[in-house]
Design a protein around this ligand. Structure first.
Ligand SMILES: Nc1ncnc2c1ncn2[C@@H]1O[C@H](COP(=O)(O)OP(=O)(O)OP(=O)(O)O)[C@@H](O)[C@H]1O
Ligand SMILES: [Mg+2]
Length: 248
């Protein structure tokens, strides 16, 4: 990591039920302006880790630091004001609300001032959504619904955007579109922490990656190096087809 971390956890322990830790001492760091990927097998605790950072899962030990401030156990609704936005894997849009209203509701936490301008900024970033602004979000394609979810998160002007498997259920073409948009968002100055099952696509846009196993980071390194590490690939990313070597 070249830049100073904007988000880090140290020895984070978190879980849903008292005495049942799911995240078991995870320490990760995300540099300002980086795209950092968290990979790992099913049930490793990836979702729990980012939900704990977001203030949605109880933390029993360790710390979360965001932009130099200790935000451990800050409730989710306050995290928005700390500069953190989170796109959950499911139920990340209001399906019976128009695209426009989805964005307005997301931005309303900061009041009505400037709301229209922020909605317009999202339509500039997501031109497809502008054309469908009056359509219910639930009627959009999977890829476009995911774009609405990301746009909702960006409505609060976060410094860090966390996403839980934004590629889930999307065709390869749509995955490419969503991930290209994440690169564009990063170029706009937003730091990204990305949890993914789709290791190849995620490592292709990521700067660095962690492999989480049983609630703790087991491997860390530049994204391309992680993909090339046969031990990591075989153990945690699924064995690659023969001939599919090389950096993503
Ligand atoms: N709401 C919940 N209440 C209790 N236990 C939960 C809850 N959600 C997840 N768990 C448990 O926490 C563990 C880790 O789940 P988590 O969803 O964090 O894993 P993951 O790495 O995101 O997996 P996946 O790749 O399948 O998304 C699992 O054993 C799961 O059963
Ligand atoms: Mg998960």
């Amino acid at each position: 990591m070249s830049a100073a971390p904007i988000l880090s956890t140290a020895g984070l322990v978190a879980g849903y039920d008292p005495g049942v830790p799911i995240v078991r001492g995870a320490s990760i760091a995300v540099g300002r302006g980086e795209i950092v990927v968290v990979l790992g097998p099913n049930g490793a605790g990836k979702s729990t880790l980012i939900k704990a950072i977001a203030g949605l899962v109880p933390i029993s030990a360790g710390s979360v630091v965001l932009a130099g401030r200790d935000v451990t156990r800050t409730p989710a609704h306050r995290m928005v004001h700390e500069g953190l936005a989170f796109v959950p894997q499911t139920e990340n849009v209001f399906p019976r609300m128009s695209v426009d209203d989805n964005l307005r509701v997301a931005g309303a936490v900061f009041g009505r001032a400037g709301l229209a301008a922020r909605v317009d900024a999202m339509y500039a970033l997501f031109p497809d959504l502008a054309r469908q602004r009056r359509l219910d979000a639930g009627r959009l394609s999977g890829g476009q619904r995911q774009m609405v979810a990301v746009a909702r998160a960006l409505m609060v002007g976060p410094s860090v955007l966390m996403l839980d498997e934004p590629s889930a259920g999307l065709s390869p073409k749509l995955v490419a579109e969503v991930f290209a948009k994440l690169v564009e968002i990063r170029e706009g100055g937003v730091t990204i922490l990305l949890v993914e099952q789709n290791a190849k696509a995620a490592l292709a846009i990521g700067d660095r990656a962690y492999v989480l196993v049983e609630g703790r980071e087991r491997h860390e390194g530049p994204a391309a190096a992680l993909w090339d590490d046969p031990a990591v690939a075989e153990l945690y990313l699924g064995v690659r087809p023969v001939g599919d070597g090389g950096a993503p």
